[in-house]
Design a protein around this ligand. Structure first.
Ligand code: PLP
Length: 420
């Protein structure tokens, strides 16, 4: 079988053998593997340009600052934004919390926030905290296939709705939400529009539009290192916001009782930043640019399409989210009924089987075949409640996966006693 891109060679982790066999990594929604180009860029930075940024006049510090700021420009260019609209954070979670604790502070009794039933906890909990001060948090409903119900969105959008925050692509259902259409509706209502792009910027072409006020994503989900994230914000909105953390780096002038803050984005980057992370993320972006994001999307669509076709043939397996691959990304959440093999497997280890079909049991069964899928609630418990589930198993694809991985996944599933 071909590996559509044949990129595994670039990823040292795929040299790893477990029980003498290759690993099949199907958990890129949680975090992606890192190519040598990214690892090398980080080592080169430490070996050739390490110094603290923005605060010294010597040459090495200049070099480090230049690398850090070039990384910011590269991120900006990748999503069609301007450099001064890119704030480096730790991850998507921190980007959304930054918004909650800065622009969110003006919210008060009677205001409303609208999110959706398919959000990751990191786009729920930063908004839930406002309920204590009388802000109403509402959720847009989903239809049976896991699309957002746009009529429900319109009906819940009120004059008092100050913030609408929506995931671009669900990390469970794979649903790709029509953010341009939603953005237009939201902006016509005068609300602030926030996009959780943790699962979209890494997987498809993404270009900034006037409707988007804020966009959050994580470096580690797009081949970059852990600990570096991005918050895009329209410059005038960033200017109006108070700082998040306070300390070194983010000031123009400090007197005993007064301070003048730096301009955005530095205003939001207190303390020594993650220069290594920014450099690694920039190398990851270069890697993705070389492939081309349209091809990344095309590749994942192909793998998803052949997977869904194979899963359709398994009678006791149910997967969630849209059937049409045009409407979904390469993440496939599923559950299995009547899996006698799993029961036998657990009993052979003296595990008492009272929840035969738990997603962890499926993931364990696949793990024993070196196929690594995630299981559980995927940090989306309100979605699980909406679906009436305790959890699902979940396979997800990225640029390094090929048809060989799909085959291994389907073959292993076939070894569960799923009736055909
Ligand atoms: C849609 C979505 N939003 C937010 C997050 C949180 O990302 P991070 O853990 O990098 O902050 C995730 C992580 O899986 C996600 O899938």
């Amino acid at each position: 079988m071909i590996n559509t891109f044949g990129l595994k060679e670039d990823f040292p982790i795929f040299k790893k053998k477990v029980n003498g066999k290759n690993i099949v990594y199907l958990d890129s929604t949680a975090t992606t593997q890192k190519p040598k180009q990214v690892l090398d860029a980080i080592v080169e930075y430490y070996e050739g340009a390490n110094a603290n940024v923005h605060r010294s006049v010597y040459k090495l510090a200049d070099e480090a600052t230049e690398l850090y700021e070039n990384s910011r420009s590269n991120v900006a260019d990748f999503i069609g934004a301007k450099s001064n609209e890119i704030v480096f954070t730790r991850n998507t979670t921190e980007s959304l919390n930054l918004l909650s604790f800065t622009m969110g502070e003006s919210l008060g009794r009677g205001d409303r926030i609208l999110i959706t039933s398919m959000e990751h906890h990191s786009n729920i909990l930063p908004w839930m905290r406002f309920e204590q001060r009388g802000v109403k948090l509402e959720y847009v409903d989903l239809d049976d296939e896991g699309h957002l119900d746009l009529e429900d969105l319109k009906s819940k959008l009120k004059r008092e709705t100050k913030i609408v925050s929506v995931t671009h692509q669900s990390n469970v259902l794979g649903t790709i939400n029509p953010i341009d259409e939603i953005g237009k509706i939201v902006k016509d209502n005068g609300s602030t529009f926030i996009i959780d792009a943790a699962q979209s910027v890494p997987h498809m072409p993404f270009h900034m539009r006037e409707e988007y006020d804020f966009v959050a994503f994580s470096g580690h989900k797009m081949l970059g290192p852990m600990g570096i994230g991005v918050l895009y914000g329209k410059y005038h909105l960033l200017e109006e916001m108070p700082p998040f953390n306070r300390g070194g780096e983010m000031i123009k002038d400090v007197d005993f009782h007064t301070v003048i803050f730096e301009d955005p984005p530095i205003k939001f980057e207190a303390g020594t930043p993650n220069v290594e992370g920014a450099v690694g993320l920039s190398a990851a972006i270069d890697y993705l640019k070389r492939i081309g994001m349209a091809d990344v999307r095309r590749h994942e669509k192909h793998l998803t399409s052949i997977t869904l076709k194979a899963l359709d043939g398994l009678e006791n397996l149910k997967y969630y989210g849209p059937r049409n691959v045009e409407e979904r990304g390469g993440v496939i959440a599923f559950n299995v009924r009547d899996a006698t093999n799993i029961k036998k497997n657990l009993e052979s280890k003296n595990v008492k089987v009272d929840q035969l079909y738990h997603s962890h049991d499926i993931a364990t069964f696949l793990d024993e075949r070196n196929v690594y899928v995630r299981s559980g609630h995927h940090c989306a418990e309100p979605l699980m409640r909406t679906l009436g589930l305790s959890g699902t198993a979940r396979a997800s694809y990225y640029v390094y996966n090929g048809e060989d991985d799909v085959d291994a996944f389907i073959k292993s599933l076939g070894e569960i006693d799923v009736q055909r």
